[in-house]
Design a protein around this ligand. Sequence first.
Ligand SMILES: [Fe+2]
Length: 376
Amino acid sequence: MTQGPQQDAPAYIRKPAFYDRWMESQGIPIYRDYFIEDGRTLELGFWEERGHPAAFLQLAGQAGVTEARISEIPPGGSIKPYKFALEEIVYVLQGRGVATVWADGGAKRSFEWQAHALFRIPGNHWVEYASMAGDAPVRLLHYNNLPVSMSTVQDPSFFFDSEHVTAADVVGDGGDDGFYAEAKVVEQDPRLTGRVRNYWYGNFFPDMRAWDKLVPFRGRGAGGTTVFVQFPGSELTAHMSVFPSKTYKKGHRHGPAFVIVIPFGEGYSVMWPEGKDKVLVPWHEGSIFVPPNRWFHQHFNLGGDPARYLAFHPLPQFTGTGELIEDVNRDQIEYPSEDPDVRKHFEEELAKRGLKSDMPGMAYKDPKWEWDYAGA
Ligand SMILES: [Fe+2]
């Protein structure tokens, strides 16, 4: 027998997620727009509990799935140690410094980083950040899964005061195989996945702006190349794409919460729900944006150099196959099928800078046409 609603049952009211209420209680700014033009200069508030300036980003595309926040270390200063139950990815927007990581009762491991570095702090570990620059503040961008986790355990002390110890060996042997040894590239046999797909594997990536071991990302246009980032023993992943000056990629769509930060380049992205108005996102180094769930988005390079964007991925439950296109006809717009205004707007923006498009004419005629990845 199925049970129907009771006459005297209280009305169902959807409450804000616990994470949202916790975030509101922290007394620092929360940015809920579509994008952050520059994470290096964004206005922060002083976070009393942690003792440093910070802000939360809950951009529309995050859909309440992932946390992104910016923290600042004053010149020559430090952030007092804190312990967090969840693992976290940290990208250095600006400055240089040192992080010290340890588990309760375990040895400490310190490593230095500078702007454009990326690293992972394992869950249930303490971390202390210190600036090594006396002139400008350090800015860090943090990415983790606290929102969904707090919906299952509605108790902040579980995440910030836990006595649980996780036995990740952050110290390692201190050599090339240590936890914070420089990440290495892993070339995967294309017979396994049907295409070449290099992984960059480790917990410390010294410079996302300089990395050049990328492989062609055929099918998404613009002669773009990419590298996937895999953290050992973690379900957190990321990828970085690079695409040439004066080109643009194909419009496509997928799930929520891919937080994108720009390590280098100048251009714009356009994001839109099918059949609706478009949101324009101008970007340059330090810009942060998130394409909303199932919105089409398309990236345009207006600069004189290859542009690169780094995307932090949500957990596999939210990505499915991530950036892979399950149904290209439905989820990707080939150049010959796109609205002619897309090309027109791009060419106008280039003209304002005295530049001309490098998009090959054939790309607009043959949907199967592919860039010549010479030497790849
Ligand atoms: Fe995308």
